[in-house]
Design a protein around this ligand. Structure first.
Ligand code: FRU
Length: 457
């Protein structure tokens, strides 16, 4: 090493940059080394800070210099475009980037990101997720003739974070998805608020004159592990949606596994007459069905257990219908990923007195570092004559569809290899199970399907 290149104290730590040759203990090919210390005595080496770079003015060497604190770089969110001309295989950034450099003038915005673009009446339209300082979530609307030049049209819709009736929609709206559905428009947003829970909501209303007037606001996924959904209108006219489900297991387990986060199943959205959504899994997922077991007309009592002794697995589709004319049980539902002796299980149920659907994962793992608290609220769901729960269990993810209307996603991390049992329960009274169907989710079915599709081609 040679020259120190000025000490700088940054966030309470001393940084020493210095002249340094990584190629050997002699003067030549000079880089900038970097070491840090909290006490001026003990120093840790950090990776090289600057290296000579071909074709740049410092191609040969990086000689002495200094470092100054010029304040926090401003956190800027800009909008860029990329295009593809080879079946979406490779992408080229536009020479016009960034196509929107700054947020609209004169607005104190907390975010300016996650564009969603569509073409309509001879123009391109773009919504951006945002939040107004001191106010609440906001979606910004832009238009463009060519995807490059964008004009701000104004806020599409905003909602104060102080409003909590019927639900709270936070400070910043991420990942807005705006589209027509039936004779209404639907906006799905992901609620981000520092330090508070993140969840998804949708608003249904009318869109006219570049403004969206919502009539209703509801949670989109009733669970705690579903975020940033994105939608697509497919060639069958279906509005499909995919969401990201984050992990419940601890960080070290994610590191060891080498992956984190999954996409939930594709869901189809349809509009109901009360300005709410019906959310159901796309029909295609039924093609994964493997071995099938069915049990008809079973009475469950509070002492019933091991009702389905011959069914087990950690990749299952379960469809179960409970008769709501039965004399008054307080709660009923199913247990998935049950260990022998019920040392672990996740409870999926319906609380009839409160009219709420829930996934209770308090006992879902003996691993205390796995998130187990029921962070998804208990969620209102009307019973009707019966409650039909369709549950997709794929190892660590549980997706529950209630009466083909509402969806609830939770992650679990059972620790025992024998946590593969399935059971039904009733508390506070008996309930009639009209039918329960269980299929293994069978990846082999998927292989078979792909083959048959190839043959058709
Ligand atoms: C949503 C989000 C987006 C952002 C991206 C960053 O989860 O926070 O707002 O663009 O993820 O990874």
């Amino acid at each position: 090493m040679n020259d120190p290149n000025r000490l700088i104290q940054w966030n309470g730590t001393y940084h020493l940059f210095n002249q340094h040759n990584p190629n050997g203990p002699y003067h030549g090919t000079i880089h900038w080394g970097h070491a840090v210390s909290a006490d001026l005595l003990h120093w840790d080496h950090l990776p090289i800070a600057l290296a000579p770079t071909p074709d740049l003015p410092d191609a040969a060497r990086c000689y002495s210099g200094c470092a100054v604190d010029h304040g926090e770089p401003p956190y800027r969110e800009t909008q860029c475009v990329a295009t593809s001309s080879d079946e979406l295989r490779t992408w080229q950034r536009s020479a016009h980037n960034a196509v929107i450099v700054n947020p609209p003038a004169g607005m104190e915005l907390l975010g300016f990101r996650d564009p969603s673009v569509w073409g309509e009446v001879g123009a391109w339209w773009r919504v951006l997720g945002s939040g107004v300082e001191g106010s609440g979530g906001m979606v910004a609307l832009y238009t463009s003739p060519d995807l490059v030049h964008w004009e701000y049209e104004g806020p599409l819709v905003a909602r104060p974070s102080g409003m909590s009736d019927p639900l709270w929609t936070g400070q910043i709206w991420e990942c807005p998805q705006f589209s027509p559905l039936g004779d209404r428009h639907v906006l799905i947003v992901s609620i981000w608020d520092a330090g508070l829970s993140q969840h998804t909501v949708y608003l249904i209303g009318r869109y006219a004159d570049q403004a969206f007037t919502p009539h209703t606001v509801h949670k989109f996924d009733l669970g705690g592990d579903y975020y940033a959904p994105a939608t697509l209108l497919d060639d069958q006219g279906r509005r499909l949606v995919w969401g990201w489900s984050w992990e419940a297991r601890r960080a070290a387990a994610q590191q060891a596994a080498g992956w984190a986060g999954v996409m939930a199943l594709p869901r189809v959205l349809t509009l109901r007459s009360d300005d709410s959504l019906a959310v159901a899994p796309a029909a295609e997922v039924e093609q994964l069905r493997g071995a099938h077991t069915r049990r008809d007309a079973t009475i469950l009592t509070p002492t019933s257990s091991e009702v389905l002794p011959d069914v087990a697995g950690d990749c299952l589709e379960i469809s179960v219908e409970f008769d709501c004319a039965s004399p008054d049980p307080r709660e009923f539902g199913l247990l998935v990923r049950c260990a022998l002796g019920h040392e672990e299980y996740a409870r999926i149920g319906y609380d009839r007195s409160a009219g709420q659907l829930f996934v209770d994962r308090e006992r879902a793992s003996l691993d205390h570092e796995c998130r187990r608290a029921g962070h998804g609220d208990r969620c209102p769901m009307e019973a009707g004559n019966s409650i039909r729960l369709r549950v997709f269990l794929d190892r660590s993810i549980v997706e529950v569809y209630g009466n083909n209307r509402v969806a609830l996603t939770e992650r679990i991390c059972p620790s025992r290899p024998d946590s593969i049992g399935l059971d039904l329960f009733a508390h506070g009274g008996s309930v009639m199970v009209i039918a329960v169907d269980v299929w293994t989710l069978d990846p082999k079915q998927y292989g078979r399907l792909r083959e048959s599709r190839t043959e058709v081609k």
